[in-house]
Design a binder for this molecule. Structure first.
Ligand SMILES: [Zn+2]
Length: 292
């Protein structure tokens, strides 16, 4: 028995763009009964039963590499060293997919939680030495503020320290650039704010030749529970009420428009579509296939 999976990358074409989902690994101890809020224990266990799952589930951490032709854009970078040995695989998987970290032109951060920024650094150096790192202005002013770090409860201080340490080498090199809601990163790639999970939580909209992919960031953490119950929130939400409202809107829009969605914490590769069935949403994973 080899007891390993092949490298975690999965590739599709979106119009003229090539999209590569990259796995950063998984979190094997993702305990929904402890982490989910605004929900009863019974609703969680019924939802898990329906998908043959048992708590704690194994949660994916995914990032997405977009080759537009002129630009190579990476959306989120995984946890690096911040979340233990089952994560931090992004660079290995990026190399296995045929690219090198120094080829990345733009890194877009959906938000500054450790599992989305930790991979910016490797051994204290910039892991993507030729990239500009782009983040929402509200997100940066929240997580990079020493005043907020001081005011944060003890349990949350590491989130601030992780964000600061991950971004710092790029700040020093003059390579952290902040965007406002709606900004275009490069033709076909733009950002759209979905604040709630964090102050400046952002989605990334990819469009080519009439096809559309929306990279959700952390609109959803626990697909088996939150698709049927979008009102269910998670302990990491900065503003749980706003996060639930954004999730409801994001699900409704995705179901109505039928575009492709990519999500950081839906089981790898986290690519699919959303369907509304009665009162509940259902995730429809993208079928496996050749590139065209
Ligand atoms: Zn996350």
């Amino acid at each position: 028995m080899a007891k390993t999976n092949p490298p975690g990358f999965y590739r599709i074409m979106l119009g003229d763009f090539e999209v590569t989902a990259l796995s950063d690994g998984t979190m094997p101890g993702f305990n929904l009964q402890q982490l989910l809020t605004n929900v009863s224990a019974g609703v969680i266990s019924t939802a898990l039963d329906r998908e043959f799952l048992r708590d704690p589930i194994e949660g994916s951490v995914n990032a997405y590499l977009i080759n537009t032709g002129p630009k190579l854009v990476l959306v989120d970078v995984g946890a690096g060293k911040l979340f233990g040995p089952t994560l931090g695989r992004l660079i290995d998987n990026l190399r296995a997919s045929g690219y090198r970290p120094e080829q990345v032109d733009e890194v877009v951060i959906t938000h500054m939680h450790p599992d989305h920024v930790g991979g910016l650094v490797a051994d204290g150096q910039m892991a993507f030495p030729n990239a500009v790192v782009r983040a929402d202005r509200r997100e940066a002013s929240f997580w990079l503020s020493p005043i907020h770090l001081d005011a944060a409860p003890a349990a949350q201080k590491d989130f601030f320290r992780g964000a600061m340490a991950s971004v710092q080498p790029y700040v020093q090199a003059g390579k952290l650039k902040l965007f406002d809601d709606g900004a275009e990163i490069t033709p076909g790639v733009s950002v759209r704010g979905l604040p709630g999970h964090t102050e400046g939580h952002t989605s990334v909209v990819i469009e080519s030749e009439g096809r559309k992919l929306v990279l959700w960031g952390d609109i959803i953490h626990a697909a088996p529970v939150q698709f049927p119950h979008p009102e269910v929130t998670i302990a990491f939400d900065s503003d749980a009420t706003a996060a639930a409202a954004q999730r409801g809107k994001a699900f409704a829009e995705a179901a109505r428009e039928g575009y492709l969605v990519g999500a950081a914490h839906i089981s790898f590769p986290g690519l699919g579509r959303v369907r509304l069935e009665g009162q509940a949403y259902r995730w429809v994973p993208l079928p496996y296939g050749v590139l065209r």
